[in-house]
Design a protein around this ligand. Structure first.
Ligand code: ATP
Ligand code: MG
Length: 255
């Protein structure tokens, strides 16, 4: 199938990486073949999978700039059951190189074309900005998954993101669609969270995932052990929520 999902939101710290890593792990636990591409120079997704981002021989820089065949950039992590292309600070240079390249916004789409059939899902963890890397992810992707925190300014940021989505649909990737908006770090005791959440559902309807990811300390601890939460504490509320999200995504494919 090879469905490519860009996990994106230009706002920082909303749970993009946590979602990329843990949704990947949960889809893998459901026996799907999954590739996680870390497209953020911070390299947090790679680290969250126990990969030393400075020691990898090839990264998503090499994938984008085709310094080696795409297959050589893929790191299989058998103990986690999925594969990763690591990201690191080299990606900052990739952005500069891409600026001068032909088909610069289509590079990732072009390099993924021959390998995407090896996977059921390819998730791309995007950086917190709308730069050339994010644009490449959104051009390569079939859909975008937007994690957001239910807080006061979130809706405003979301409308900016929706207009970006529209302009990409109207130009470089007409097929791109919104997979869904994911409520992260959800605190059901907070009045504000509930209000923002209600507004979100009112506006975006069934484009809001039914699964909410609760604020859960295990989710924050797991990356320091280089593990998805499923491998760190599979009974935690965070792990259960990401399993539910994977189920929701898989069920959607069947409809
Ligand atoms: P950036 O924009 O910098 O890439 P991000 O959107 O990828 O950030 P994360 O790195 O996933 O966001 O999350 C930001 C911080 O919040 C991290 O320290 C993470 O461990 C923590 N965090 C994310 N989701 C949760 C959650 N549901 N419960 C508790 N902590 C969380
Ligand atoms: Mg991140």
């Amino acid at each position: 199938m090879g469905k490519i999902i860009a996990v994106t939101n230009q706002k920082g710290g909303v749970g993009k990486t946590t979602t990329s890593v843990n949704l990947t792990a949960s889809l893998a636990a459901a026996k799907r073949r999954v590739l996680l591409i870390d497209l953020d120079p911070q390299g947090n997704a790679a680290m969250g999978c126990g990969i030393d981002k400075q020691k990898v021989s090839h990264s998503s820089y090499d994938l984008l700039l085709e310094t080696v065949p795409a297959s050589e950039t893929i790191i299989n992590v058998p103990e986690l059951g999925f594969a990763v292309v690591a990201g690191n600070s080299d990606l900052t240079a990739a952005e500069v190189h891409l600026m001068q390249a032909d088909r610069r916004e289509r590079r990732l789409a072009d390099v993924l074309l021959p390998i995407k059939s090896q996977f059921d899902y390819i998730l791309i963890d995007c950086p917190p900005s709308l730069n050339m890397l994010t644009l490449n992810a959104m051009v390569a992707a079939n859909s975008v998954l937007i994690p957001m925190q239910c807080e006061y300014y979130a809706l405003e940021g979301l409308s900016a993101l929706m207009s970006t989505l529209k302009s990409i649909q109207n130009s470089v990737n007409p097929e791109l669609y919104l997979e869904g908006i994911l409520r992260t770090m959800y605190d059901d005791r907070s009045r504000l969270t509930k209000d923002v959440s209600e507004q979100l559902v009112e506006y975006f309807g069934n484009k809001v995932f039914r699964t909410c990811i609760p604020r859960n300390i295990r989710l924050a601890e797991a990356p320091s052990h280089g593990l998805p939460v499923l491998n760190y504490d599979k009974t935690s509320r965070g792990a259960v929520a990401y399993i539910a999200l994977a189920g929701e995504l898989i069920r959607k494919e069947k409809n």
